[in-house]
Ligand binder design. Structure first.
Ligand SMILES: Nc1nc2c(ncn2[C@@H]2O[C@H](COP(=O)(O)OP(=O)(O)OP(=O)(O)O)[C@@H](O)[C@H]2O)c(=O)[nH]1
Ligand SMILES: O=C([O-])CC(=O)C(=O)O
Ligand SMILES: [Mn+2]
Length: 583
């Protein structure tokens, strides 16, 4: 092979010497290869065939019951200086990190096959894309990476051309939670992950490469790697605005990215086009606007709650050639989860036991589907454009049962960065640990920023420079609850009403009132026609709670201060300005 692949070949040999696999397989991404892997996994029980008539070429995978979500407490960023990883990351020195991981990898592939997966994050011919190679001993990881990335021969050819790539080493090990770590070495563009087969821990192109390592590269090279969906909103005049939105894990990105407009809007000609549902890489173009690509090629989406009513596009996408992880099944082997709402009943739960609602839900709350984006009816042809799409609005949002109104607009970029930096959200089942606890999750990147958040905020602020035509910044909250504990906003398709207002603000046609936290719509500024919103809903979704925000700004101030002297002065000044204007 040519000399530009020498580094890759040498690394594969070094890893093989350490892990001692029985065989080495270089993945080409072909159908034949995939068929053989699937057949092997079906034979050993890793994959269970689903109903071929209702779900052609689709599979169920039951993970180890202790391996169902990301493990933030076992995820490390290894920089030489601890301060460079920041208080937002667990840290280990690169020397200690490598020593600890290499001890785990020693001999771990005896009796297994080592797979080499060359992949490209982003369209193969895009200057914004980046390549990586994942080495793994898991055929399940190979099958998922094939859906989630541009994997195989074309990626290898690009790696050969460029000579550089991100190195990811993965082994499922023994799936022992006490022998499980996900470590990142940003200065070496290297990832080492051991002991888990779960998506965010094991599909290294996703969170490990496209967010933690890429955020570090992006800072050096002047772009942004973000935990954001990208959608195109087409209006009845046929114009499309592209919107990027950051919501924490399991807080609605997939749903918003695939939104189907509610009655009335559909007929009028409104349409949402899906570019991506989880990750967004963007950089300033020559015209000063931010241009974005989705580095992924598939969706690794939350199954529970997905129904014909909540997300018909997702449901259509997963009708065939999908891998379902930790869902329940019906008596005739159709996938089933809580909230699927299709009139069927589960027979077997995600652990493979007879379904007993007193015992456990049929699907794990973080059960997922893996499916190619090309199968999505709303997938935008622009998602394959090597130049990316120009972003008109950036939207931040979280799960906030109280205080935070339905939507508001930041005054300017600096204010927008503060709004992102002070995001809060209640935790979900996407990560191991307690669910429903409010925590700060700046830009939805708490688990994913590969460096010190203080430096990250400074990087965001730095985009406001001469010639920049930056998107407007907004904050939304679909999850405000009323005194009865129920969501006040219908959400899902009706979120289009909020997107319409956002685009109206971008175009200068929608109204708003000035409040200390930003520009808020009055009830009259958003089309609420046909919705059944009570008195309480209207006042909480559109109101401004002065005392509550006073306390919130104080809490934001002390949160930011915890980052110490590295926190940008401009951000603290912005916090002080808003705190003062609340009075
Ligand atoms: N009440 C309400 N729930 C929503 C809304 N949108 C999404 N959800 C629920 O939020 C959960 C997760 O939504 P997703 O769209 O899969 O979340 P995500 O942000 O893509 O998650 P990750 O893949 O973990 O990054 C599902 O149970 C949805 O039903 C909404 O507008 N209102
Ligand atoms: O990381 C994963 O496995 C899934 C995901 O998108 C998230 O948790 O945000
Ligand atoms: Mn995510």
């Amino acid at each position: 092979m040519s000399s530009r692949l020498d580094a890759l070949n040498q690394w594969v040999l070094d890893v093989a010497r350490l892990t001692r696999p029985d065989a080495i397989h270089w993945c080409d991404g072909s159908d034949t290869e995939n068929d053989a892997l699937i057949a092997r996994m079906q034979a050993d029980g890793t994959l269970i065939k689903l109903n071929e008539r209702t779900h052609p070429d689709s599979w169920l995978h039951r993970s180890h019951p202790d391996d169902v979500a990301r493990v933030e407490h076992l995820t490390f960023v290894c920089t030489s200086e601890q301060d460079d990883a920041g208080p937002n990351n667990h840290w280990m020195s690169p020397v200690d990190g490598h020593a600890q991981m290499d001890a785990l990898f020693d001999g771990c592939m005896v009796g297994r096959t080592l797979y080499v997966i060359p992949y490209c994050m982003g369209p193969i011919d895009s200057p914004l894309s980046r390549c990586g190679v994942e080495i793994t001993d898991s055929p399940y990881v190979v099958a998922n990476m094939r859906i989630m990335t541009r994997m195989g021969a074309a990626a290898l050819a690009r790696i050969e051309r460029e000579g550089s790539f991100v190195k990811g080493l993965h082994s499922t090990g023994e799936l022992d939670p006490d022998r499980r770590f996900i470590m990142h070495f940003p200065d070496e563009l290297t990832i080492k992950s051991y002991g888990s087969g779960y998506g965010g821990n094991a599909l290294l192109g996703k969170k490990c490469h496209a967010l933690r390592i890429a955020s570090h590269q992006a800072r050096k090279e002047g772009w942004l790697a973000e935990h954001m969906l990208i959608l195109g909103l087409e209006n009845p005049q046929g114009q499309t605005h592209y919107i990027a939105a950051a919501f924490p894990s399991a807080c609605g990105k997939t749903n918003l990215a695939m939104l189907i407009p509610p009655e009335g809007y559909r007929e009028a000609g409104w349409r949402v086009w899906t570019i991506g549902d989880d990750i967004c890489w963007m950089r300033p173009g020559e015209d000063g606007r931010l241009y974005a690509i989705n580095p992924e090629a598939g969706f690794f989406g939350v199954a529970p709650g997905t129904s014909e009513k909540s997300n018909p596009n997702a449901l259509a996408t997963i009708q065939h050639d999908a891998i379902f992880t930790n869902v329940g099944v019906t008596a005739d082997n159709q996938p089933w989860w809580e909230g699927i709402d299709n009139g069927q009943q589960p027979a077997t739960d995600w652990r493979g036991e007879p379904y007993d609602p007193a015992m456990r839900p049929a699907a794990h709350p973080n059960a997922r589907f893996t499916v190619s984006a090309k199968q999505c009816p709303s997938y935008s042809p622009m998602a394959e454009d090597p130049q990316g799409v120009p972003i008109s609005a950036i939207v931040f949002g979280g799960r906030r049962a109280s205080l935070v109104p339905l939507v508001f607009e930041a005054r300017d970029w600096t204010h927008g960065v503060l709004v992102g930096a002070s995001m809060g959200s209640e935790t979900t089942a996407a990560a191991a640990g307690q669910v429903g606890v409010m925590r700060r999750d700046p830009m939805a990147m708490k688990p994913f920023c590969g460096y010190n958040f203080a430096d990250y905020f400074a990087h965001w602020l730095s985009f406001d420079r001469d010639g920049a035509k930056l998107p407007k910044v907004f904050h939304v909250n679909w999850f405000r609850k009323g005194s009865d504990g129920k969501f006040l906003w219908p959400g899902f398709g009706d979120n289009l009403r909020v997107l319409e207002w956002i685009v109206g603000r971008v175009e200068g046609t929608a109204g708003a009132v000035d409040t200390p936290i930003g520009l808020q719509p009055t009830e009259g500024d958003i089309n609420l026609g046909g919705l059944d919103l009570g008195e309480e809903a209207r006042s909480l979704l559109f109101g401004f709670d002065r005392a509550g925000w006073q306390a919130e700004l104080e809490s934001i101030g002390s949160y930011l201060e915890d980052y110490g002297p590295r926190i940008p002065v401009a951000l603290m000044e912005e916090q002080a300005r808003i705190a003062k204007s609340i009075g």
